[in-house]
Design a protein around this ligand. Structure first.
Ligand code: PEP
Ligand code: MG
Length: 530
């Protein structure tokens, strides 16, 4: 029902009781509770509509405007209030009773299009009941007892298992969601349309999924044929990877926009094909540690060289930013799975590489060799000051001293506040900078980027963050060196204009987000809503 092939680990979407009752807790009467839940949902739908319109176009945004109109219908509101005020029903029962009545009415309609709209009522009802009961849907796997809908800390690709694919789920699933496996979803439902527009392969119609598919099992789904393969053998994985690579369905292709260089963030060399299919202006970030995680060990020099070559050759001359291993500390699970020591708090990225110079040595040599094909931008992660960068840079140089001259640029991630405060000094010695908003927010505000209770995204609007970014832009401009921005914020189309206003001319986002970002930057992306 949404074609394409996806491979990932099974992650369950299940409702969970939230510890935070929110503002609704202090409301006393049932009508007040009901009114609060309705206002909250209308506001949420308005936000979704605006975001989706920017990302996928007006047609997709309409889905949420239409849902909003259902809730704003005075007749519905009157009926709901009548249940609580005249019949003395609790707010939850009023919602359940009234929405059930509406659904039945639609289900009896002779027109299929109206019958399918019953799903909208189902989704709105669930969202209202969740709000009234202080419940929030959570993803579940062992990476976190309850991981938030904000990103898997291990960057695992997820096949999300849910009872029903809803429009909100299709657009709000975390960026690691590569496909959906659901018990029900009509072919022409809004949710299915959105899944197709977002190129998220979806298989539906499997009953008892939560019992049938083990949590965290690796699986492959083929949305075109409706196939689900649990625990695929290596040969099957290989066959499907080839099929997937040859498919152009993974992402929406868009043309470059003049105002902004929109590059792709990739976690593995295979993703470079999605970047090409999306028409990316380059690779703005390669998380090499994820390559190691996927392999279950650190690749040797020859294997790494082949991987980096695959990336630069696919980009054929467009910029390719490859980051040195970002291991340790809150990326500890990655390091642990690779058998590395992670016991020291705060020992991550640059600091970790300084303690384990042999890891840097192999990677430096592989990068230098691969750069013979095309130049590479080497990105140093989690650098805190100029001395640390200089020490790493000389280790790097020493490691490649016997190789033919490499075509490398060297730059750092600005993701630790101390580095941002020394940006002028750093820009004197680096070739370029990349702002890593995920860690920058984490360390600037002392907030855990993987904490499901923390309101991480709210900080995207923080004036302090943007003041720091403005300082980085000034420091880069003073010496005329390139500065790009990556992290989740960079892939959010609603922040594209703000990024441009800040004077940033290059960003990196996952291939799937490139079209939305370009659209927000003034480009025309062809709609593929079918
Ligand atoms: C960041 O911190 O913003 C970033 C892009 O790096 P990562 O998410 O891999 O830590
Ligand atoms: Mg980071």
């Amino acid at each position: 029902m949404a074609p394409g092939i996806a491979r990932g680990r099974v992650c369950f979407l299940q409702p969970a009781f939230s510890s935070q009752a929110g503002s609704a807790q202090c409301l006393v009467s049932e009508s007040e509770r009901l009114t609060e839940a309705l206002s909250w949902l209308i506001e949420r739908l308005q936000r979704l509509a605006a975001d989706v319109t920017v990302q996928l176009g007006a047609e997709a945004g309409e889905i949420f405007w239409a849902q909003q109109m259902i809730l704003e219908d005075p007749a519905l509101r009157e009926a709901l209030l009548d249940h609580v005020e005249c019949k003395a029903l609790p707010a939850e029962q009023a919602v359940a009773r009234e929405f059930e009545r509406c659904r039945r009415k639609l289900a009896r309609s002779p027109w299929a299009s109206l019958r399918e709209r019953a799903a909208d009522f189902g989704e709105l009802e669930r969202a209202l009941l969740d709000r009234l009961r202080h419940r929030t849907p959570r993803l579940r796997c062992s990476d976190r007892a309850n991981c938030t809908m904000g990103g898997c800390p291990l960057h695992h690709d997820h096949i999300l298992v849910a009872e029903e694919l809803t429009p909100a789920l299709a657009v709000e699933a975390d960026p690691q969601t590569v496909g959906f496996l659901v018990e029900r979803s009509a072919r022409n439902s809004h949710a299915a349309i959105l899944a197709r527009a977002l190129n998220l392969p979806t298989v539906s119609g499997i009953k008892g999924l939560f019992d049938a598919v083990p949590l965290e099992a690796e699986c492959v789904i083929d949305g075109g044929t409706g196939e689900l393969i649990v625990h695929p053998c290596p040969a099957t994985v290989h066959a499907y990877e080839l099929l997937r690579a040859s498919s152009t369905l993974c992402v929406q292709m868009t043309e470059p926009v003049p105002a902004l260089q929109v590059m792709a963030t990739i976690d593995r060399p295979i993703n470079v094909r999605e970047a090409v299919a999306a028409g990316a202006d380059g690779i703005g970030l390669t998380r090499t540690e994820m390559v190691a995680l996927a392999k279950g060990g650190l690749p040797g020099e020859v294997e790494q060289e082949a991987q980096y070559r695959e990336i630069v050759e696919a980009m054929s001359g467009k910029p390719a930013y490859v980051r040195l291993w970002d291991l340790g500390c809150d990326k500890a699970p990655v390091a642990i799975s690779l058998g590395l020591d992670t016991s020291l708090h705060g020992c991550r990225g640059a600091r970790y590489l300084l303690r384990q110079p042999e890891l840097l040595r192999t990677q430096a040599r592989a990068l230098a060799r691969a750069s013979q094909a095309h130049p590479i931008h080497v990105v140093y992660p989690m650098v805190s000051d100029p001395q640390q960068y200089t020490a790493l840079r000389s280790l790097f140089q020493h490691a490649i001293a016997d190789l033919p001259e490499a075509r490398l640029y060297h730059g750092i991630m600005f993701e630790i506040p101390s580095a941002c405060l020394q940006a002028r000094e750093l820009f004197d010695i680096i070739d370029f900078g990349c702002i890593g908003t995920n860690d920058l927010i984490q360390y600037l505000f002392a907030i855990d980027r993987a904490d499901e209770t923390a309101d991480f995204e709210r900080l995207f609007d923080s004036p302090v963050l943007w003041r720091l970014i403005a300082g980085l832009v000034r420091a880069a401009e003073a010496v005329g060196k390139p500065l790009s921005i990556c992290g989740e914020l960079a892939g959010e189309p609603r922040y594209t204009q703000r990024i441009l206003d800040a004077g940033i001319k290059a960003l990196s986002a996952t291939p799937r987000r490139i079209a939305g970002v370009r659209r927000a930057a003034g480009g025309i992306a062809p709609s593929n809503l079918v």
